[in-house]
Design a protein around this ligand. Structure first.
Ligand SMILES: NC(=O)c1ccc[n+]([C@@H]2O[C@H](COP(=O)([O-])OP(=O)(O)OC[C@H]3O[C@@H](n4cnc5c(N)ncnc54)[C@H](OP(=O)(O)O)[C@@H]3O)[C@@H](O)[C@H]2O)c1
Length: 157
């Protein structure tokens, strides 16, 4: 299955200046818990934003250029792989838009803030197509900037 995972603010913003627009340690722990042991697919710009490979996950990067330093993957290959195992789509905006029509499940964290002048957004989710089946509000800790709500959305059949 194609599984998307992202964090967005109250206006659906996910990025600014090539990076995450917040410091949310609790959301990073949530991301780690869900994706560890699995295969993560990301756009080249999101790859560039990471300090390096995240432990214990298979990384596949989408790019239109040939690269030898990273494992790359095409759109069709991702869909094929998703027939065998859950594939986690981890961003950014271009890649979420590409795979939203094929996603069966979405882990969405609402970060309770309004980012000033964001430049990257998650695609709008059709609430008739996906249902929110879990929603957990979590107060910020001293390692977070904002409160957050962890949601799980599933596609309706
Ligand atoms: N809040 C969150 O949960 C979250 C998660 C991830 C990322 N982000 C943020 O999102 C921002 C980056 O997102 P973005 O939309 O600018 O970039 P992106 O989706 O990470 O990457 C875009 C790149 O992916 C490649 N690409 C796109 N479509 C492709 C296709 N059909 N086939 C092959 N390659 C394809 C291209 O790479 P080439 O140019 O190399 O060809 C393109 O430039 C950053 O600010 C990042 O911090 C936020």
């Amino acid at each position: 299955m194609i599984v998307m995972i992202y964090a967005c603010d109250l206006q659906n913003a996910i990025g600014k200046n090539g990076d995450l627009p917040w410091r949310q340690s609790t959301d990073l722990q949530h991301f780690k818990r869900i994706t560890t042991g699995g295969t993560i697919v990301m756009g080249r710009k999101t790859w560039d934003s990471l300090p390096g490979k995240l432990p214990n996950r298979k990384h596949l990067v989408m790019t239109r250029n040939s690269r030898t330093d990273i494992d790359t993957v095409t759109f069709e290959e991702v869909l094929e792989l998703s027939n065998e195992e859950d594939i986690f789509i981890i961003g950014g905006g271009e890649i979420y838009s590409l795979f939203l029509p094929y996603a069966g499940r979405i882990h969405r964290t609402i970060i309770h803030c309004n980012v000033t002048e964001p430049d990257t957004f998650a695609p709008a989710i059709d609430e008739n197509e996906f249902s929110v089946i879990q929603s957990n509000f979590v107060k910020k800790t001293e390692k977070d900037q904002y409160d957050m709500t962890f949601e799980l959305l599933e596609k309706q059949h």
